[in-house]
Design a protein. Structure first.
Lengths: 299, 320
């Protein structure tokens, strides 16, 4: 995924070049620039929505209604965004999202680790059917769980609490984590486990002193994925988090948009506030994400 | 060959030694499944079974439950909205699986095979990141962005069309029954495209570069290499993308909630939003549960078909 890894093909380049006939080379020379042009045009089109949002997030409402959404702002206007931030208490939404996604990421990885330790290393009886069960759980639409969960949460007083959302997503994410980790642990070097057992380590010690440190790269990929997946979740947080002060960023923005109460520039400022954390994660975790995506694809 | 043999031998020796060493398959490991098992039962197994049970009941969410057998299902099959919502699921599959996979295949192959080799890996990975960017947004936020762009009055798209002299094409994109579903589909294509691009490009990294070199030396153009090397080599990833994206497209909820609320009329309603309406807006819990149960059955059936199909084509591949 990294540029260094992908580099080799460019070094092999000269060899086919010499054997290809001249007309072909000229033809190809022009064609590749056209291809590049098309791809860049496509990429710019993909980014167009982001550009328009940024452009209008810093406009005064008057400026927007006079010169429309495509003109450059006549002044750099940030009051609209500050106003929106204060009105919806965005700082709190940010904290709610971080708290929920962060707790889920850590807890789900711990649960996955325990499950996978029993399934992948302990190889308990019937492990295959248990893994299939987790896999099916991963496919289930949340709609098939949501009403009973809502009802149960009401019964035990967890409705409209972040704890309910954390518990639910810990389980949902760990269903995937268990499946992935169990297959990774299936190839864990047995010699190391045996050596530690001969040294008198208990299973608990083997888990934390041997298996955990050795699988840290995979676990960190899972933490990042669980965090971002939970951050982006909409349906279950929408159902479970009713009061304003408990909502996550996607829910708060989605509900506001659904109400259609905001003017154009405020909406674009709000959208930008929703985009920024996602882009920061992307830049921050790019390596991890790329590693995880390719690992997930091979499975 | 020799390395494979020694590895085999080692593996054959292993079980006996392991049995003495760590006490493999010790029942003690079950203890580690307890926390996960309890949570899993409480959050997935029990609610799932309860949901199936509720689909045989009439219940407004409070008070007494009346059991009505298959009534919800027979009513569903006579309900136009139900059929519309599943027809729209097919549109979601087109928008999230078929179109993005087709475009993604071409993009990934061009980025890898032409851009990466002629303009450097940096150019290719920058372009890849640009195509992937919409994927990182929370779907609700992507919905807000597009809802904003498609505003009928003074919206960015309509303004752009007017600016280039295509006034005739301006629309109330999400409010007109004729254009609402195509608009939602276009937005989902935008959201989804980065996913196959990234996975297919990662897949192409593991393809032996000599295959491409040899084909190029033999004078095979991009299209020939695409058909003869790229597609067969990344077939496993195509299955993964198709399966996961199909499941995701059956579950679409956020974009519909934010963009159209299923409307105008029911033209953009989808099963999950349809179920949500009955659960939480109309207090028809049994009916909602029946929709969710059917949705689940369809997803499981689709997955089985996919996995079967994949296993069969893998067998064929090996048989060749």
């Amino acid at each position: 995924m990294t540029p260094t890894q992908a580099a080799p093909p460019t070094h092999i380049e000269p060899r086919p070049e010499t054997t290809r006939n001249r007309r072909d080379r000229h033809h190809r020379g022009a064609a590749r620039w056209i291809v590049l042009g098309l791809l860049v045009a496509g990429a710019v089109a993909m980014l167009f929505p982001f550009a328009v949002i940024v452009l209008n997030a810093f406009k005064t409402p008057a400026d927007y209604s006079n010169s429309g959404p495509l003109a450059l702002p006549s002044e750099f206007y940030i009051d609209g965004m500050i106003d929106f931030w204060n009105r919806v208490n965005f700082g709190q939404k940010l904290w709610n999202s971080i708290m929920i996604a962060g707790s889920v990421a850590i807890l789900a990885v711990v649960v996955s680790l325990f499950n996978a330790y029993a399934l992948g290393i302990g190889r308990v009886k019937g492990r295959l059917s248990i893994i299939v069960l987790f896999l099916i759980a991963n496919m289930l639409p949340h709609e098939a769980l949501v009403y009973p969960l809502y009802y149960m949460a009401n019964q035990v007083g967890l409705y409209n609490t972040q704890l309910a959302v954390i518990i639910i997503f810990t389980v949902i994410q760990s269903a995937f984590g268990t499946y992935l980790l169990a297959s990774v642990f299936g190839t864990f070097p047995k010699e190391i486990l045996e050596a530690s057992a001969l040294d008198g380590a208990s299973r608990w010690q083997i888990l934390w002193r041997v298996v955990f440190p050795m699988s840290r790269p995979t676990l960190s990929v899972l933490v990042v994925f669980f965090f971002i997946w939970t951050w982006n979740e909409f349906f279950i947080p929408l159902v479970f988090l009713i009061s304003n002060d408990k909502q996550t960023i996607p829910v708060a923005l989605g509900v506001l948009e659904g109400d259609r109460l905001m003017d154009a520039t405020t909406t674009s400022a709000a959208a930008l506030l929703g985009i920024v954390p996602a882009i920061l994660f992307f830049l921050f975790f790019q390596r991890t994400l790329a590693r995880g995506i390719s690992a997930g694809a091979v499975k | 060959m020799t390395t494979v043999n020694t590895a085999d031998a080692k593996q054959r020796r292993r079980p006996r030694r392991a049995a003495i060493g760590t006490g493999e398959r010790s029942p003690v490991y079950w203890l580690y499944l307890i926390p996960g098992g309890v949570l899993f039962t409480a959050v997935i197994v029990v609610p799932f079974l309860m949901n199936i049970g509720l689909s045989f009941a009439r219940w407004p969410g409070v008070g007494d439950i009346s059991w009505i057998g298959f009534d919800n299902y027979t009513r569903l099959f006579a309900d136009d909205t139900f059929w519309t919502s599943f027809k729209n699921s097919v549109a979601m599959i087109v928008a999230m699986v078929i179109v993005p996979t087709a475009i993604g295949l071409v993009l990934a192959s061009v980025l890898f095979d032409i851009i990466g080799k002629r303009f450097g890996a940096k150019t290719a990975s920058t372009l890849r990141a640009m195509y992937y960017l919409p994927q990182i947004l929370p779907v609700a936020v992507a919905g807000i962005v597009w809802g904003w762009i498609l505003r009928p009055q003074n919206g960015a798209l309509n303004t752009l069309l007017e600016a280039v002299g295509l006034d005739g094409l301006t629309q109330n994109w999400l409010g007109d029954p004729d254009s609402a579903l195509p608009s939602v589909m276009a937005i989902l294509v935008w959201v989804q495209i980065g996913y196959p691009v990234v996975i297919f490009m990662a897949a192409l990294q593991r393809v032996d570069p000599e295959l491409y070199e040899a084909a190029e030396l033999d004078g095979a153009g991009w299209w020939r290499r695409f058909r003869a090397i790229t597609i067969p080599q990344i077939r496993p990833e195509m299955f993964v993308v198709a399966l996961t994206a199909t499941i995701a497209s059956m579950k679409v909820f956020g974009p519909i909630y934010v963009l159209t609320g299923g409307g105008p009329g029911d033209t953009t309603n989808v099963p999950s939003y349809f179920a949500y309406q009955h659960f939480f807006e109309r207090a028809n819990v049994g009916y909602g549960a029946a929709i969710a149960t059917i949705l689940t059955l369809i997803i499981i059936a689709l997955s089985i078909v996919f996995i079967r199909f994949q296993a069969r084509s893998e067998r064929k591949e090996r048989g060749r």
